[in-house]
Design a protein around this ligand. Structure first.
Ligand code: SGN
Ligand code: CA
Length: 522
């Protein structure tokens, strides 16, 4: 179900309740798992990684008491596919969910099913986005499709409901309610707490409106990238200047109906506003109306408009993160109060990274660093050292085997990821992977990012864009961390190109990706 259908649904509102239990649980084995994930949360906007934009003390707590993975990546930088990779521990071509238009085959092996079989209580609350209903969970209460920020609709174990309030608060309430009131406390638990935030259209909670008003964010140095030598990058539709919608994304839904973006998104922007109740609207208007008035008076165009859009985008996005961080703090405090902190592995990640204006963009999809990387922090009570930085190359297919090993469940042979537990324990495994494989399929599609696959080593990245084009790109990440200079085919890179192509084929054989059959030109 898409955003449009959700907005048209008329379903009775029910109030969310949270009952903080006073029951203290004794430390017991095996360890519980709390897997927190946000949607589109860039590593640039987590202070454990980067202090330029925002402080996120609560997310950082997870890493301070455990580890921050400094080279964490996804296998396919988009929501449904990423989630399928995590659930199965397999690349997209193996779990079958290659793009958001697919339906997840819930009859296949997933880590929640294996944990449930091993005696865990399993639950998922919040964003699911796999089209089919969850399988392998004792309790599920999921947002429909992308979910909504305000007064969102859920499917509560098969029953549709609307809950009044703000999604990030509600999802946290549901998680706490399940932990305190609904689960079987004689069993270990595995809880997937998956936020909608900070996905487009970055609607802040009313209490966070204006939180960054006194900040002017510096433009990324490649904001005005001309994409020389990079054909796929020049043909995308994820530019802040060209593709970010004034009304839909940037909330300029004026009462006078004078501001028009002339896209179908404008109407949906106005519908999102209309979905707020009168008290929410009053707070929303108090913040945005002066901005709308000022925007109208300034009649911006060209670079001035681009930079105004960038500032608005950053202000809204970061205000949404404030709520994520605050709610994670609430969750950690709850676990502490319940005596659960020291018997629970806590994971924080995102379904992929996101562009904060680098290359002039928002959104994700590309194998370039900002979207290929994803934040990953883990609080592991038995860690040898707290606050460790783990530099090894890790990927989201590694989460499933990590959880299984932690639970003492045998990792099935067909899982393609590798358990991260040895790294968390401070071990330095010999033969750790030296390269990562990536494959993005959603083309033709929204934002027009061409199909591509590639390999990344510690220093280099080789990408092949295919389907309706045939273009290779090569980057030296040490000398060109922002991936501005495509070295492919230039003098002096013959040897490294050959090595990377060999590595790429090795990975395609190892992961059994039938790439040749996909290379059919239109
Ligand atoms: C929606 C968004 C896109 C976004 C995809 C995928 N458009 O379609 O901007 O790239 O989701 O995001 S919107 O008009 O519906 O907001 S994903 O993270 O869920 O894969
Ligand atoms: Ca996402």
């Amino acid at each position: 179900m898409n955003r449009k259908q959700i907005l048209l649904m008329g379903i009775t509102a029910v109030a969310a309740t949270s009952h903080a239990s006073t029951n203290k649980e004794a430390t017991k084995k095996p360890m519980n798992i709390l897997f927190i994930m946000s949607d589109d949360h860039s590593f640039q906007t987590i202070s454990a990684y980067d202090h330029r934009f925002i402080e996120t003390p609560n997310i950082d707590r997870i890493g301070n008491d455990g580890a921050v993975f400094t080279n964490s990546f996804v296998a396919n930088s988009i929501s449904g596919p990423s989630r399928a990779c995590m659930l199965t521990g397999k690349h997209s071509h193996k779990n079958g969910f290659i793009d958001n238009a697919h339906k997840f085959d819930g009859s296949q092996q997933t880590f929640p099913k294996l944990l449930q079989k091993a005696g865990y209580q399993t639950a998922v609350v919040g964003k699911w986005h796999l089209t089919s209903n969850p399988t392998g969970f004792d309790y599920w209460n999921i947002l429909i499709g992308q979910g909504e920020y305000y007064n969102p609709h859920f499917i509560d174990n098969g029953v549709k409901k609307q809950i009044h309030g703000y999604a990030t608060n509600i999802v946290t309430d549901l998680a706490i309610d399940w932990l305190g009131e609904k689960r079987d406390k004689s069993k270990p638990f595995c809880l997937l707490l998956h936020h909608k935030a900070p996905h487009r259209t970055w609607m802040p909670d009313t209490c966070d409106l204006g939180a960054f008003d006194d900040v002017k964010f510096p433009l990324p140095e490649n904001f005005y990238d001309k994409y020389l030598g990079r054909v796929a990058a020049s043909e995308q539709e994820m530019s802040i200047f060209k593709d970010m919608d004034i009304v839909y994304d940037l909330k300029m839904a004026d009462k006078e109906n004078e501001i028009h973006s002339n896209t179908s998104l404008e109407g949906w922007g106005r519908a999102l506003y209309n979905n707020l109740d009168s008290a929410q609207k009053a707070k929303w208007d108090a913040y945005y109306e002066p901005i709308i008035k000022d925007f109208k008076a300034r009649k911006l165009s060209g670079k001035e408009l681009a930079e105004w859009k960038y500032q608005r985008y950053m202000h809204d996005y970061l205000s949404v993160i404030r709520s994520v961080d605050r709610n994670i703090g609430r969750m950690l405090d709850y676990l502490k109060k319940e005596g659960l902190l020291d018997n629970t592995l806590i994971v924080y990640t995102s379904d992929q990274g996101f562009y904060m204006g680098e290359h002039g963009w928002f959104d994700k999809r590309f194998m370039y660093e900002e979207s290929f990387r994803t934040p990953l922090l883990m609080r592991y009570p038995s860690a040898a050292r707290k606050g460790t930085k783990i530099p090894q190359l890790v990927q989201n297919i590694d989460y499933a085997p990590t959880f299984l090993e932690l639970a003492g469940v045998k990792i099935p042979q067909d899982i393609q990821g590798v358990s991260l537990l040895p790294l968390l324990k401070g071990e330095k495994p010999k033969n750790w992977r030296k390269s990562l494989y990536y494959h993005f399929y959603e083309y033709p599609g929204e934002h027009a990012v061409k199909r591509h696959y590639g390999v990344r080593t510690e220093r280099y990245k080789l990408i092949h864009f295919y389907n309706d084009i045939d273009k290779w790109e090569l980057y030296d990440l040490k000398n060109d961390p922002h991936e501005m200079v495509n070295l492919y085919g230039t003098k002096g890179v013959e040897k490294i190109t050959a090595l990377l192509k060999k590595e790429l084929v090795k990975l395609q054989i190892q992961y059994d990706d039938p790439i040749e059959s996909l290379l059919i030109k239109k």
